[in-house]
Design a binder for this molecule. Structure first.
Ligand code: AMP
Length: 388
């Protein structure tokens, strides 16, 4: 079955056309700077060079039209379309086939993720108009986290407020964590029961997964909570927001500061990219070293919290851009967790590979894995299950 996976962000639209059975990727790309000047599409086909197509992308609907135009030149029949939706809220406890009703739900919960859900709904509209004979599936990033028990997902705010405004921990990266569980379970031949899944990319979150059930995660109502990220501050004292606003910052300025000007970028003072920060630290830059230490410290602080959600853990899995590619970060995190019985094999840790791999050190009480994530494949699997 050939599935087109679409992941519409606030100003981007990523796409991938793949065969679910063989995992062959026929084409993939990203429409960037949607609604901004200098928009372009980075497009790549199997065995081909990456191309940059300069086009006008005033909105997501037009971006989707370009994607269909590009893909129509390939000789590949699209059998189903999977849409990553950031916020499914209470409406999507699992992936759902798109109907007028389920598409209405994507818009109904959009106030919780206005920069994403409206654009995603517009793209779904375009796909249904363009290819009415092909089914669409919504795969919400928040679905997996709806399993989290109430004592862990509820905020201790007044009941009428949380009910009226649908405030709770929704989390994000759910599709990635679900995939990491699936791969870990297969790799360890069902020996993993309590997994701390670490999705460490430019956005980062942890998830406690016990026998496939999501017990807790580090992101909250929005993806701002939890770990320190590339440009996001993660958890801070919420009173800081009020303090900043009383000191003259507008609500939008605080929002922008916390999401785009904070995190590793703010602490290192040079970059949001771990590669630059690791190079800076190696050159003796104290701010870069502090950024790396803060990232690892917060990660382990929250690993312990995830372990508590399961009364222990037997496996920790590292994934996404940093988790898969930075042996230094994995080592720094594991060393800080030695008191909990985690040991990493430093030689195995250095090996680079795109495969799931075991980097557990001798005498470790916890299995340490690197599990490359693949959200697109996970979405395509859901499409196959619902439409195949
Ligand atoms: P993602 O959001 O999963 O695509 O991750 C992107 C982030 O991964 C980048 O911003 C980098 O900080 C990080 N990253 C990618 N490659 C490496 C690497 N070789 N070493 C350290 N960090 C990396």
């Amino acid at each position: 079955m050939n599935v087109l996976v679409i992941n519409a962000g606030s100003s981007s639209l990523k796409y991938q056309l793949l065969n679910v059975d063989t995992r062959e990727v026929y084409a993939k790309g990203n429409c960037e700077r949607i609604g901004i000047e200098d928009a372009f599409i980075g497009h790549e086909e199997m065995g081909g060079e990456k191309q940059k197509l300069v086009v006008d992308l005033p909105n997501h609907k037009v971006a989707a039209q370009h994607v269909f135009e590009i893909l129509s030149k390939l000789d590949v029949k699209i059998d189903g379309i999977g849409h990553r939706v950031v916020q499914g809220a209470w409406r999507f406890p699992e992936s759902k086939v798109v109907t007028d009703e389920t598409l209405g739900w994507v818009r109904e919960v959009a106030p919780l993720a206005p920069l994403h859900n409206y654009a995603e709904a517009d793209v779904i509209d375009e796909c249904r108009e363009r290819m009415p004979e092909v089914g669409n599936v919504v795969v919400a990033d928040s679905s997996f986290h709806l399993q989290i028990p109430e004592y862990a997902h509820r905020y201790a705010l007044p009941r009428d407020v949380v009910d009226r405004l649908h405030i709770r921990k929704y989390g994000a990266h759910g599709t990635s964590h679900r995939y990491i569980w699936r791969m870990t379970d297969a790799f360890t031949k069902h020996e993993t029961h309590k997994l701390v899944s670490c999705h460490l990319g430019s956005g980062a979150s942890l998830c406690a997964i016990q026998d496939g059930r999501d017990m807790d995660t580090t992101m909250g109502l929005t993806p701002l909570d939890g770990l320190i990220m590339g440009t996001r501050c993660g958890s801070i004292d919420p009173a800081i927001v009020c303090y900043l606003e009383r000191n003259g910052y507008t609500n939008d300025e605080v929002d922008d500061m916390m999401n785009k000007q904070s995190g590793l970028l703010a602490v290192s003072g040079i970059s949001s990219d771990t590669r630059d920060i690791e190079a800076g630290a190696a050159d003796g830059d104290a701010n870069c070293q502090l950024a790396l230490d803060m990232f690892a410290y917060r990660a382990t602080y929250l690993v312990a919290a995830m372990a508590q959600a399961m009364q222990g853990f037997d496996t920790i899995a590292f994934s996404a851009g940093i988790g898969e590619n930075s042996p230094e970060t994995r080592s720094s995190i594991c060393k800080r967790l030695e008191w909990l019985g985690v040991k990493v094999d430093e030689e195995k840790n250095k090996v680079r590979s795109g495969e799931v791999r075991d980097i557990t050190g001798e005498g470790s009480k916890v299995r340490v894995l690197v599990v490359p994530t693949d959200e697109e494949y996970m979405i395509a699997l859901d499409v196959q299950e619902l439409l195949g």
